[in-house]
Design a protein around this ligand. Structure first.
Ligand SMILES: Cc1cc2nc3c(=O)[nH]c(=O)nc-3n(C[C@H](O)[C@H](O)[C@H](O)COP(=O)(O)O)c2cc1C
Length: 178
């Protein structure tokens, strides 16, 4: 599948078949994620891959949280893997500024987009779930991480084929200067 097809066909998938994903495929996806551009080539991303019984633990973590969370656990159900993405620089650099947070977040976004598109080319379903940020410190502590959680990505074998969600046509959000 070429890049244009992957971009055109990708849709957020919220239902997965209960099926495990070979580690080598996830390694392949992560390898391609790290080819993403990053501001000043800082490569601020770090990944934590949760699979198998650890996904059940994750569900318990969400369910037992006293916080009023927005996380939809039905989406997590049956995902083959949850890839948590951390910013490995925001809590380690002394002079971490708002501008650095913006550029590092953009860089992490490009790595995430690679993950979504590569998953599509592998005929896998994916969903970016930023609602995990609400539980960022708890997830980090559970995984023994001290870095800042940016997002979670569900990956698995799609058990739905949703209609494409409406998109604003580019002509409505573009202004030309010639
Ligand atoms: C930064 C970001 C955060 C998102 N967080 C969530 C989320 O927490 N829960 C969820 O169900 N979907 C989440 N999504 C998926 C969006 O809802 C989805 O991309 C959007 O509705 C467009 O649908 P599409 O991905 O099928 O084109 C997120 C997407 C992005 C880009």
């Amino acid at each position: 599948m070429d890049a244009i097809t992957a971009i055109s066909e990708r849709k957020g998938i919220k239902k997965f078949h209960d099926q495990s994903l070979p580690k080598v495929i996830i390694e392949n996806i992560l390898d391609l994620a790290t080819k993403a551009p990053s501001c000043k080539n800082r490569q601020p991303w770090k990944f934590a891959i949760v699979q198998g019984d650890m996904i059940l633990e994750l569900k318990d973590l969400v369910e037992s949280s006293p916080k009023d969370l927005d996380i939809d656990l039905t989406c997590v159900e049956n995902a083959s893997a949850v890839i948590f993405v951390f910013n490995r620089l925001s809590r380690t650099e002394d002079d971490y500024s708002e501008n650095k947070l913006i550029m590092d977040s953009l860089s992490i976004g490009s790595a995430i987009q690679n993950i979504l598109l590569v998953s599509e080319t592998f005929k896998l379903g994916s969903l970016l779930v930023s609602d995990f940020i609400e539980l960022g410190d708890e997830v980090a502590e559970w995984l023994g991480e001290s870095d800042q959680l940016v997002s979670g990505i569900l990956i698995g074998f799609p058990d739905e084929n949703p209609k494409g969600r409406p998109k604003v046509h580019y002509s409505e959000v573009s202004k030309w200067y010639e």
